[in-house]
Each structure stands twice: as structure tokens, then as C-alpha cells.
Ligand binder design. Structure first.
Ligand SMILES: NC(=O)c1ccc[n+]([C@@H]2O[C@H](COP(=O)([O-])OP(=O)(O)OC[C@H]3O[C@@H](n4cnc5c(N)ncnc54)[C@H](O)[C@@H]3O)[C@@H](O)[C@H]2O)c1
Ligand SMILES: [Fe+2]
Length: 387
């Protein structure tokens, strides 16, 4: 649990959070609080099928300005460029995103283009903006990404099959509405894998090089909640108390990693996501325990904290033994929820691992990994173990 003597950090948590069953019905009030009157809804075709966007349209009343409902998994540069044009034509002065991370991330990109103009590819990278962007209310319908509170968004370049990371504090959503009723219909498989994205955020926030007391506290509590409530959400999706606790966990894990950063798990998951369409949470879920075992000689004290938050009995164990117990507990959890545990089961070809390792080495997340990663062979070693 020790921090370096020269500990220094910046901790940011600017998003107003509104939590509660049916809280999404207050979205119109929140739009007013932002000083806006023309709210543009951003969502995806899967959500349209659930009927949830209608609840938001109704709640917005005369503040509703239009909808873009063609968001896609992992987003896309072309999607953001197109969606921003539609929102501008509708005269939108704020955005309301309703969906998973793919939709919230699309709205983050749109927020920039509505304010600054141009094309989204012009803004890839770190802190490219100089002023606040279009106000954005994020309403997550998965409980995993934490995108409602983070400064990052991830967009796939479908021509290069590569995921680009955009990171800017000016795209942190102004308001996040956490309404458990919106995740009630999320199928068990998606509940489990998106929930494991949140677990990965929490564990990576704890091992990341920028970890600090505030992010540790957020991550530790997120792990406690996920261990206790995620299996219930998978078994009984209508348990709204469990759904709500998992939503809170995902948001807390988002605040944690948004400050502490992430690491090798996300770098590797982004690559197999970009190249082989492995869904984000699923890739993280498979890779997380392997990366923990690979890193543990560098940060066993940190994984011992993870074991503690998981509620494992580590009495008499060394930190290394507790780290191993924590990695095993991840496998126990995913086995219990029926989540695949090998890359070979999720459409990754064995001869694609070299290319994935090459790509992961250039991913922005890798520099925050506790063990220095400087060559592709290190990454390849972990991919092979997870295959
Ligand atoms: N910005 C960040 O901080 C951050 C963090 C982690 C992940 N991400 C990104 O988020 C994306 C993944 O997001 P995700 O895991 O939330 O999934 P997603 O947004 O890709 O959605 C997956 C599927 O779930 C469906 N769905 C969503 N909510 C539903 C509901 N309540 N009922 C029924 N179906 C529902 C959607 O229609 C979609 O088909 C990736 O692109 C990833 O890179 C971003
Ligand atoms: Fe993630």
C-alpha cells in the first residue's frame, strides 16, 4: 500500500452524478441546468430495439432536438463525422448519449466537432483542445466502461483496423445519469463482459504508474461491489439493487482509471479488438489474470490490495501469493459467469498474435504498466499464455 516518498498527483472528478431508479426521466431538468435548450440524442440500433430512447425523448419534451441512432460497436471515425453533421443541422446545443461505451464515446467526439468544426481525425492524441466543448449528458446502459466520467474515448479506424485513443479533459461529460432500470434488459453475456471491463479498470488503476490514494479508494470499492453484485446481475438481470451497485462500481472504476491510467491489459485488448473484433470487455476479461501474473514480481503489494478488496483470505500469504490468489479469483469469477477464458475461443487466429503484439506495443496505455514493456516479445509471451 506504500506510495513513493515523492508522491505527487492531480486528481480530477468533475462530472455531476445522478443516481437512482428512473433518474433518466429527469434528463430534461439536467439539460436546463446546463443552460441548454436543444438536446440531441445519440444512441445505437440495439438500444432502439429496447425502446429505451423513447423514454429519453419523452423526458426531454420540448428540449428534444433530434436523434442519431446509428452508433456502432467500437465507434468509427466516419460515424462521428457523420453524426456531428446531423446534430449541427438540428441546431443542437447539447448532447445526450444513451448506450454503452461505443455510444458515449461517439458523443464525446461529436461534442468536439459541434464546437470546433473539422473532422475527428484532426483531434486524435492527448490534450488537443483549449476550451470547454459542447455540453454532454451521458446515460450509460451497460455497467462497464465508465466513459460517463472519463477524459478518454476510443474510436476505431475501420480502414486500418486500429483503435485510436483520444484523451482530453475537455471531453469529460458534464453529467452522468446512472439509472439501474436502463440496464435491466442487458443480456447475461453482455452484462458479464461489460462488467469485467469495469473490473479491469479497477485492477489496472491499482497497478498503474499514476496510482494515488484517491484512485485507489475508488478502485478498491469498485472491486468490492463487482465481486458482490456482478454475478447476481448475470444470474438475475431484474435485480435492480444489484444492477445499481454494479453501475456505481463501473463509474467508480472509471473515476479511478481516469486519474491513475490503465496498462498492459487494455493495450492488448485494444489490439485484439481492432484486429479481430473481440469485444472490449471480453478481451480485457481474458487477458487480465495473465497480465497480473506477468506483472506481479513488479507490483505484488498492489495486487495484494486487489486480493484484499476481493475479500480473499490472504492471512499468512506473501504479497506474491496474494497476487496469485487475486488472479485465480478473476478466473473463478469469469468461470462462474460463463465468460470464455481463452483468446482461441473468441475468434483470434493463432497466426495473428504477432501483429496484435506489434500493435499493443504502440498503444498509449502501455506506458503506464507497472512493468516496463519495451519489446513485442514480452507482449507475445502473455498473448500465448492467454491463447
Ligand atoms: N471512454 C472510455 O473511457 C472507455 C472505457 C472503456 C471502454 N471504452 C470503449 O467502449 C466500447 C465498448 O462499450 P460497451 O462495452 O459498453 O459496449 P457497446 O457500447 O459496444 O454496446 C454493446 C452492445 O450492447 C447493446 N446494449 C447496450 N446497452 C443495452 C441494454 N441496456 N440492453 C440491451 N442491449 C444493450 C448495444 O446495443 C450494443 O449492441 C469500446 O469501443 C471501448 O473501446 C471506452
Ligand atoms: Fe476498458
Amino acid at each position: 500500500m506504500a506510495y513513493d516518498r515523492d508522491l505527487s498527483f492531480v486528481y480530477r472528478n468533475p462530472t455531476k452524478l445522478v443516481f437512482g431508479e428512473n433518474s433518466a426521466k429527469d434528463v430534461g431538468i439536467e439539460v436546463g441546468e446546463l443552460g441548454c435548450s436543444k438536446a440531441f440524442l445519440v444512441t445505437d440500433p440495439g438500444l432502439v430495439e429496447t425502446g429505451l430512447p423513447e423514454i429519453i425523448v419523452k423526458a426531454l419534451g420540448n428540449k428534444y432536438a433530434g436523434t442519431f441512432d446509428q452508433c456502432i460497436q467500437d465507434c468509427g471515425l466516419h460515424i462521428i463525422n457523420e453524426a456531428a453533421e446531423v446534430a449541427k443541422a438540428a441546431g443542437a446545443d447539447c448532447l445526450v448519449s444513451l448506450g454503452g461505451g461505443s455510444t458515449i464515446d461517439t458523443a464525446k467526439g461529436m461534442a468536439i466537432l459541434i464546437k470546433e468544426g473539422g473532422r475527428i481525425e484532426d483531434y486524435a492524441g492527448l490534450q488537443m483542445l483549449t476550451r470547454p466543448q459542447t455540453p454532454h449528458i451521458a446515460i450509460p446502459t451497460t455497467a462497464g466502461t465508465g466513459s460517463e466520467v472519463t477524459y478518454a474515448f476510443v474510436v476505431k479506424d475501420w480502414e486500418k483496423n486500429q483503435k485510436l485513443i483520444f484523451a482530453d479533459t475537455f471531453v469529460i461529460p458534464n453529467i452522468g445519469i446512472l439509472d439501474p432500470t436502463l440496464t435491466e434488459g442487458l443480456p447475461p453475456g453482455l452484462t458479464a463482459t461489460t462488467g469485467m471491463d469495469a473490473m479491469t479498470h479497477a485492477v489496472e488503476a491499482i497497478h498503474a504508474l499514476q496510482a494515488m490514494p484517491m484512485s485507489d479508494a475508488m478502485a478498491m470499492h469498485a472491486i468490492r461491489l463487482i465481486m458482490e453484485y456482478l454475478p447476481t446481475c448475470v444470474e438475475n438481470g431484474t435485480d435492480l439493487f444489484a444492477r445499481g451497485q454494479q453501475q456505481i462500481a463501473a463509474t467508480m472504476a472509471g473515476i479511478a482509471f481516469g486519474n491513475a491510467q490503465i496498462g498492459m491489459v487494455h493495450a492488448m485488448a485494444h489490439s485484439v479488438g481492432g484486429l479481430f473484433k473481440v469485444p472490449h470487455g471480453l478481451g480485457n476479461s481474458i487477458l487480465l489474470p495473465h497480465v497480473m501474473l506477468y506483472n506481479m514480481d513488479e507490483c505484488a503489494d498492489r495486487y495484494a490490495m486487489v486480493a484484499d478488496a476481493m475479500g480473499l483470505d490472504t492471512k499468512g500469504m506473501s504479497d506474491l501469493e496474494a497476487s496469485e490468489a487475486a488472479a485465480n479469483a478473476i478466473w473463478d469469477l469469469t468461470r462462474k459467469m460463463g465468460v470464455p477464458q481463452k483468446l482461441s475461443e473468441v475468434g483470434v487466429p493463432e497466426d495473428g498474435l504477432d501483429a496484435a503484439a506489434d500493435l499493443a506495443l504502440s498503444d498509449g496505455s502501455i506506458v503506464y504498466n507497472p512493468k516496463l514493456i519495451y519489446e513485442t516479445d514480452q507482449i507475445l509471451e502473455v498473448y500465448k499464455k492467454a491463447y
